[in-house]
Each structure stands twice: as structure tokens, then as C-alpha cells.
Design a protein around this ligand. Sequence first.
Ligand SMILES: [Zn+2]
Ligand SMILES: [Zn+2]
Length: 288
Amino acid sequence: MANLPALAPPANLFDPNASDALPMPGATDAPGLWTARTGVACLADWLGRLGRRLLAACDRCQACQGLLPADASLPLCPACRDRLAPRLGGFCPRCGAMGENAEATPGLCLDCRRDGRPWDGFAFHGRYEGLLRELVLGFKFHGRLGQGRLLAGFLAAAWRRAAARDGPGCPDGAPDLLVPTPLYPRRLAWRGFNQSLELARLLGREIGTPLAPLALARLRDTVPQSSLPGRERRSNLTGAFAADPAQVAGRRVLLVDDVMTTGATVETAAQALRRAGAARVDVAVAAR
Ligand SMILES: [Zn+2]
Ligand SMILES: [Zn+2]
């Protein structure tokens, strides 16, 4: 039985009441510290934030900030929409590994045929490169919420596409729960938010599935996977996750992350969900 650390429910980055609150200058200052100098600095800061909010409110492409045509259905200009087109063919439906020919019918890759995977179905939007990579990094490291919304829209469309297909590696029916890949608390405190949780929250609204933000916990901090060679990534994650059987046993879980590269993180997290008794684990990532 996994002992998960007690955690407070995570804050909602996309809560309109919270994220749109723009405190008046000085509203958060301790009483007695208000001086003319801090007053001018706070007012300048507030006006800057107000300007950025107004600019963001205009219809702009979330990828390049160019103005959008009046009839745009997505917050993307035509050029960026082309560069962010989803991968529709030439990939393994179980793990998203991509071949040369993007037109080929999806088929299981050698690794998935030989070794299998600890998850069942898989959905992704596109390759982790170019503009898609810039969006992922802009959301994760710079907190660009518009880019997060865009990525969540890609995730929802990718999930619907995968769910509409048949065969191995394809989701089978709707999930009971969305579970984000957790960050270790110290890393969460440093970054300020968990990008996977925010994507899962928006995806849950899109596909009507409840979110279980504390069903999976990170038990220890690990060296960032991107800094390790492939063969060390799995051992780096041994014992890194535990899932709460009370939340996942017998349930169909959709594990959500922003990116999957070698798959070591998703694999370890999916194994923890399985150990806790999940009936099924599907995976959705924005980029692969
Ligand atoms: Zn654009
Ligand atoms: Zn595969």
C-alpha cells in the first residue's frame, strides 16, 4: 500500500477568478512600508501588467502574437496552424514513435511488439520540435497561459482522434479519471505550477472527465530526465512515483503529460498506477 505524502489540493492556474485578479498597486504591501518610491514602482508595475492583459485580450495568434484574421476558429494564424498540424499518419499507435513516411497507416513499432508497454492506449498531437516545442517550453518555463490553452486543445483533439481509431494502442472508451504526472514538491515550488496538472485540468473540461490531481505522487526528486542519456533515465526514476489505490483501483485512468521523449517517466508513472490497481491506463501527451 503506497503511503502518499499529504498535500493540499493544488491551486488552479486557469481559474478565472484567481488568474484574472489584478490586485491594485500596493494592495499586497505590508502596512507601514508604503512610501512615494514604492508607490511609483508599484503603479508602474500595475500599469505594465494592465497593458499586457489588454494586449493579450486582443485576438492574437498564441504562437507568434501576430494579429488573427477575423474568421479564425483557433487562436492561431494560418501560418502557425500549418506549422502545428497534428501528426495523422506514420506513427506507432501504442507509443507514438514516428517513421519517415507521415502518410503511412499507423502500425505498432518493433519495441511495442517485442516488449509491450505498461499502458494501454496512447494519444499525442505531434513531434516535439519546432514551434510545438516552443509552445511547450513557453508554457512550462514562462507561464504563457494562452499557449497552455492551445496545448490543451491539441490534447483534446488528439484524444478524440485516438479514441475514434480501433486496434492495439487505441483508447477503448472514456476514462474515469484524469491523472497528471506530478512534480516533486520542491520543483513545484520553484516553478510555481505543474504544467501537466494545468493541461489535465483543461482537458478534463473539454472531454468531461473528472481530474484526480493527487492520485499520483512523486516520492523523491530526480535529476531532470533531459540531462541523462537514455539508458540512465529508467534507473533515475526507480521508485519515484506512488499511486493512491483508494483513488485509482478498478478505474480507467488517463495519464496526462506535456511531453514524452524516451517514455521513461510515463512508463514509471503508468507502472505505479497499475500497482495501485488501475483497471486501465491510457496516456495523452501534447508532444512526442
Ligand atoms: Zn502565428
Ligand atoms: Zn511503439
